[in-house]
Design a protein. Structure first.
Length: 105
């Protein structure tokens, strides 16, 4: 990779020692190679983070749209008179709960 510019940076002693150890290992020829690799990995990680964020936003939008569709269906059912009596629903839930408790005794 051709060098396009030079940048003077300061490293903590720990980071400097790490860079030197990577060069000493023979995997990298120069400290610049170590820093470039680190920056490349950082750029990849940030791109992956942006991709995941975009996916989450899309999933959130899809969930909101699904909820809106359910609400529309419910309103349409109510407009057609397809309603349930709340007291009857709660009574059915109580009966189901009582049956399950009885089954697990």
């Amino acid at each position: 990779m051709p060098i396009r510019s030079s940048l003077d940076i300061s490293l903590t002693p720990e980071l400097e020692q790490f860079v030197e150890s990577r060069v000493a290992s023979g995997r990298y020829q120069t400290p610049s190679e170590v820093v470039r690799e680190g920056l490349r990995l950082l750029a990849e990680r940030e791109q992956e983070g942006l991709r995941l964020l975009a996916e989450r936003e899309q999933a959130g939008e899809a969930a909101v749209e699904e909820l809106r569709a359910k609400i529309r269906r419910g309103v349409e059912q109510a407009d057609r008179g397809e309603l349930l009596d709340g007291d009857a629903v709660f009574e059915e839930i109580r009966q189901m709960s009582a049956r399950r408790r009885a089954e697990h005794k």
